[in-house]
Design a protein around this ligand. Structure first.
Ligand code: KIV
Ligand code: ZN
Length: 395
């Protein structure tokens, strides 16, 4: 999908927060070098905005954001900051070397967060929205403001804060589903109603940021886009706080594969998705689940006889995208106890064997017996079965 064939108003900005929200989850800490490596890869694959870290959190985070800002060639480099002026100033310092830098400042707006976390009244929060965005705007004209816990915020108050943030100079407004509580229709309606209600809404780009606590982060992200948002905040492999964030590879491929229902486009080079997944998995030591959509090792693997038979006849029987689109060399027909004759014949041809019908039948019987004893049947096992057949079996 290229920019030339798509209208600018259907373009979705991909904002990757692997290095910030992703790294924030327990056990996903990356070293300075690993962060630079991940950032280079995101920059190469066409990510529009890289949230490189939270500079106020530590000197290490500051240094990483600063270095990424120096090196990045294509992406906007963004740093996160709370609403405090010292946070914002530190963030501005970190992103300074970037050709295009963004300050992302956030403040909680939901009753539960204001009462227990911030211990502030709504009126104080409202004033702080204005002062934080104004402070950030003194450093850069690319300011994003997030209403943390937006999906549990009282609607009128949310709209007043958004209006004030835009007036103070925020050009991106993010409405995070911080605790993964929303359902798709509700989230779509939130964007639609906010954009309809806030008088200056057309002066900002709206953004989705979905957590996966109920497993709906990707569905919610796409629903938010249907409601008018044009930025998706996501992470590679969906890593992030608790159950994680919306997975970048999933939102990107959903828009590619279901253009008919999701008529939006993005600039990501999808053939780099598998490489990106492996890079982040290696940097964080977080394994990718086998059945993970798009990048899991089983995403293009088929073991059952019925599926293998279908795949041999036409790949579209059981695959909705080609493995090459996401950087995988090809489909794999995995041999196991569920495999049938068609799969075995295909595997024998792939290994270069030309056997008679009787020989194939004999190998098939031996293969089924082995597959009942052994979980995975590798190419070497098939080769051993053929050797056995040739030595002791019938012609
Ligand atoms: O989930 C969230 O609300 C966040 C904000 C800081 C944007 O990560
Ligand atoms: Zn988050």
């Amino acid at each position: 999908m290229t920019a030339t064939t798509q209208s600018e108003q259907d373009r979705v900005i991909i904002f990757d927060t692997t290095l910030r929200d992703g790294e924030q989850c327990p056990g996903a800490t990356m070293t300075f070098e690993e962060k630079l490596n991940v950032a280079r890869m995101l920059d190469d694959m066409g990510v529009d905005v890289i949230e490189a870290g939270y500079p106020f959190a530590s000197d290490g985070d500051f240094e990483a954001v600063h270095e990424i800002a120096k090196r990045s060639k294509n992406s906007v480099i963004c740093g996160l900051s709370r609403a405090a002026h010292k946070d914002i100033d530190r963030c501005a310092e970190a992103i300074k070397p970037a050709e295009r830098g963004r300050i992302h400042t956030f403040l909680s707006t939901s009753p539960v967060h204001m009462k227990y976390k911030l211990q502030m009244e709504a009126a104080q929060v409202y004033e702080m929205v204005i002062s934080s965005v104004t402070r950030a705007r003194n450093h850069t004209d690319d300011v994003e403001w997030s209403a943390e816990d937006a999906t549990r915020t009282e609607f009128d108050f949310l709209c007043r804060c958004i209006e004030a943030a835009i007036k103070a100079g925020a050009s991106t407004i993010n409405l995070p589903d911080t605790v993964g509580y929303a359902v798709p229709e509700e989230y779509r309606e939130l964007f639609r109603k906010v954009r309809e209600t806030v008088p200056n809404a057309d002066k900002a780009r709206f953004s989705v940021h979905c957590h996966n606590d109920l497993g709906m982060a990707v569905a919610n992200s796409m629903a938010g886009v249907a409601g008018g948002a044009r930025q998706i905040e996501c992470t590679i492999n969906g890593i992030g706080e608790r159950a994680g964030n919306a997975a970048l590879e999933e939102v990107v491929m959903a828009m590619r594969v279901r253009q008919d229902k999701l008529p939006y486009w993005n600039r990501i080079e999808s053939t780099m998705l598998t490489h990106a997944s492996k890079t982040v998995s290696a940097a964080t030591s977080f394994p990718v689940q086998y059945n993970k959509a798009i990048v899991g090792r089983n995403a293009f693997a088929h073991e059952s006889g019925i599926h293998q038979d279908g795949m041999i006849k036409n790949a579209q029987t059981y695959e909705i995208m080609t493995p090459e689109t996401v950087g995988v060399k090809g489909t794999s027909l995995v041999m196991g106890k569920h495999s049938g004759r068609a799969g075995l014949i295909h595997k024998l041809e792939e290994l270069g064997y030309k056997l008679s019908r009787n020989q194939i039948e004999d190998v098939f019987v031996r293969f089924k017996a082995l597959a009942d004893r052994k979980k995975d049947v590798y190419d070497e096992d098939i080769e051993a079965l053929v050797d056995e057949q040739l030595l002791h079996g019938q012609d």
